[in-house]
Design a protein around this ligand. Structure first.
Ligand SMILES: [Mg+2]
Length: 130
């Protein structure tokens, strides 16, 4: 993702390009479109990074809740896979229930966060015990 300074530099490059050349109304319109494209790309990148940050924060909060509930978990790989599989089973259940009852969609989402949090806990355990 570009920083605000990089976006500003892109915009100045476009402006400079059109200032150096002979300006006619068609060129100015082209420059304007180019700047609009740059700004739209930037807005899209910011929006997607906000969405990812929001989801990652939810996963982090779930990890904190897991540690509060269970304490530090140091299972072997097979037990971790069993825990992860149990959580993915709950995702499957919620997905199926949501076919008939839309209220299950939020459960489906919650279970996905739990699956991601368990995967993070597995990685933490692996890194801690290597
Ligand atoms: Mg669950």
């Amino acid at each position: 993702m570009k920083t605000p300074n990089e976006v500003q530099a892109d915009i100045w490059d476009v402006i400079a390009e059109y200032l150096i050349e002979d300006i006619d109304p068609i060129d100015v319109r082209d420059a304007d479109e180019e700047m609009q494209d740059i700004l739209e790309d930037w807005r899209d990148e910011i929006a997607s990074s906000d969405t990812i940050d929001k989801i990652l924060n939810e996963i982090r909060n779930e990890r904190t809740a897991q540690d509060k509930k269970w304490g530090e978990q140091n299972h072997d790989r097979y037990k971790w896979v069993a825990i992860l599989t149990e959580e993915t089973g709950e995702v499957s259940e919620a997905a199926l229930e949501a076919e008939h009852d839309p209220e299950w969609i939020s459960n489906y989402r919650d279970e996905l966060i739990q699956v991601a949090a368990v995967a993070v806990a597995m990685i933490e355990c692996l890194d801690r015990n290597q």
